[in-house]
Design a protein around this ligand. Structure first.
Ligand code: ATR
Length: 270
């Protein structure tokens, strides 16, 4: 009898991760003999040795380990190396291969709404999620600017990927057609906070928020009210998860089911 394959997410903290729910639903829907669990990991080196020793088939990597994990892997995809972040490990007969599906997950969510080539994109924030978005939108041929509370951090990220840094005061003057919030502004419990003034948003824009608790942030509410197209935080989360599933199983992900189960959970718990 073939034993089910084991998958898991490693991070710290990890208790509230929705990845086990999403991936177990996907495995069940696709008839895969596999189980996905969450591991709270402090000692990353030991955890990766454990993945090898136990023959864990695939790993999702989340904060704070996405960069540090690179040095423990046998091969890393060029794109993941360029942004210095791996969120997916595939165990290929003992060879641990690292990928980044955050970039494509975010980009797919945006390109469902518009073609990014030549568009003016403003990214708010300069953390890990901003890195994926700046890298991805620059690669897609957009004109990218970013702004950040701590200017030094923003400047450095902009320089690294060939984007422009703008101060918060000058951000509206960039005349963005796409606005992406990667900061935690608007996340529970500060649900009334807006990362940009309301007057910033107009009907011609696509506005994306990577925050998914709450799913409809104040930013997205305002954007909708002003006639902008919106992309919520669930799209990126499910998008990166669907690409992980495809790397692990070689099969097309049951995206609709994955989105539904996460949405159901968020409706009940947030
Ligand atoms: P992640 O890796 O998840 O993107 P992060 O590295 O903690 O998270 O980055 C969070 C981003 O949100 C940063 O750009 C941060 O700005 P700073 O670089 O100035 O810290 C931004 N951020 C967090 N809280 C904020 C707030 N209250 N106002 C404005 N920006 C905020």
């Amino acid at each position: 009898m073939k034993m089910p394959e084991l998958y898991g997410v490693i991070g710290q903290p990890i208790a509230h991760s929705l990845s086990p729910l999403m991936h177990n639903t996907a495995f069940a829907a696709s008839g895969c003999q596999a189980h996905f669990t969450a591991f709270a990991v402090d000692d990353l080196a030991a955890a990766i040795a454990g993945v090898r020793a136990l023959g864990i088939a695939g790993v999702s990597v989340t904060l704070p380990h996405k960069t540090a994990v690179i040095k423990y892997l046998d091969w890393v995809a060029p794109e993941a190396l360029e942004i210095a972040a791996v969120n997916t490990i595939v165990n290929r007969e003992g060879r641990l291969c690292g990928y980044n599906t955050d970039v494509a997950g975010a980009l797919n969510a945006l390109t469902e709404k518009l073609d990014l080539a030549g568009k003016r994109v403003l990214i708010l924030g300069a953390g890990g999620a901003a890195r994926a978005l700046v890298y991805g939108t620059v690669k897609a041929g957009a004109k990218v600017a970013l702004t950040n509370r701590t200017p030094e951090r923003g400047l450095q990220l902009a320089k690294e990927f060939g984007a422009e840094f703008v101060s918060a005061a000058a951000a509206a003057g960039f005349l963005p057609e796409v606005l992406v919030n990667t900061t935690s502004v608007g996340m529970l419990p500060q649900v009334d906070a807006l990362p940009v003034p309301e007057s910033f948003i107009n009907s011609g824009m696509v506005v994306m928020d990577i925050v998914y608790n709450p799913l409809k942030t104040r930013l997205l509410e305002v954007a909708e009210r002003n006639g902008a197209l919106t992309v919520d935080g669930l799209e990126m989360f499910v998008g990166q998860g669907a690409l992980q599933f495809e790397l692990w199983t070689g099969e097309k992900a049951p995206v609709k089911k994955m989105r539904e189960i996460v949405l159901e959970h968020l409706r009940e718990n947030v």
